[in-house]
Design a protein around this ligand. Sequence first.
Ligand SMILES: NC(=O)c1ccc[n+]([C@@H]2O[C@H](COP(=O)([O-])OP(=O)(O)OC[C@H]3O[C@@H](n4cnc5c(N)ncnc54)[C@H](O)[C@@H]3O)[C@@H](O)[C@H]2O)c1
Length: 329
Amino acid sequence: MKLLVTGGVGFIGSNFILHVLDKHPKFKITNVDAELVGSNRQNLKDIKNNKNYEYIKGNITNKKLIERLVSKTDVVFNFAAESHVDRSITDPRPFITSNILGVYTILEAIRKYRKKFIQISTDEVFGSLKSGSAHEKYPLNPSSPYAASKASAELLIRSYIATYGCDAIITRCTNNYGPRQSPEKLIPKVIFLAEKNKKIPIYGTGKNIRDWIFVLDHCNAILRVFFKGKSGEVYNIAGLNEIDNLTIVKKILKIMGKSRDLIHFTTDRPGHDFRYSLNSSKIYKELRWKPSYNFERGLEYTINWYLKNKDWWKSISSKDIISTPWKTR
Ligand SMILES: NC(=O)c1ccc[n+]([C@@H]2O[C@H](COP(=O)([O-])OP(=O)(O)OC[C@H]3O[C@@H](n4cnc5c(N)ncnc54)[C@H](O)[C@@H]3O)[C@@H](O)[C@H]2O)c1
């Protein structure tokens, strides 16, 4: 089996590659990544010499490159995306380019070579939910340019399934946490700042709710969808841990033995969705997949990973971690 993974130098993509090579050592993986925001070359340093792994620095909007790579693969897993909501508020353009044009480029290649395509999407496409949980057919109602770019990609994929009969599946996941995530994102940011006894910025009241999933549970779910999922379908993937941001920060500080005085409330970001919630009974019932990591256990593991892997942080300074990034860029 030959896999083309895009965005594999980033957080989820790198965990996915390591997970696949661990569970299916005979699979061959090509990773293409443009080394943009969220990427960290250290993420895959341990498999540099694995004969079943090949890395190519390149952009998914590069038609020639993507056609060449897709022609040689069995399936494309698209993790490549601009993924930081705050950055999409100050400058939506890179989001339109990577998340929409990039997906269009892959779609054209999989249409030409008749290959399978798995698109990694997000619960953010549904926008904020006051109550209840969004099932797969719930209306898309994105609030940020990031979420709108991911929703646009989904619509484009659906059109290629309907019009050209492409073999594609969309997965939508909730907030991931775990090793190798950029410190611009909540959990590594809090660990990084707490370790240095720096103030920890929290937007608004900190009451915004997200569902959290351990990254390896997400990787497992994607594999299950690949092996057992039905072409043309969408599968929601929830972690079953709906928690507000302030509670998460307090949990991290407690595990690290740090004072809550480090918490510092800042101006909320515009269009900040209050709550995301996914109904993922479809994947439970049809593909018999459920998350297996308990949040407390996963969080402790994650904190220990960052504390033990100081090398990974080497290039990051606390000056790079801005309290209201949507304002300042
Ligand atoms: N992090 C989450 O909680 C979460 C939740 C649900 C879905 N997702 C989706 O999962 C995917 C991966 O997210 P992540 O958190 O690992 O993001 P990330 O920012 O850590 O990694 C994204 C990677 O994509 C690469 N990339 C971006 N644009 C590219 C392009 N045009 N060509 C080639 N490479 C490009 C970057 O260099 C980076 O290595 C994204 O599609 C995101 O929308 C993330």
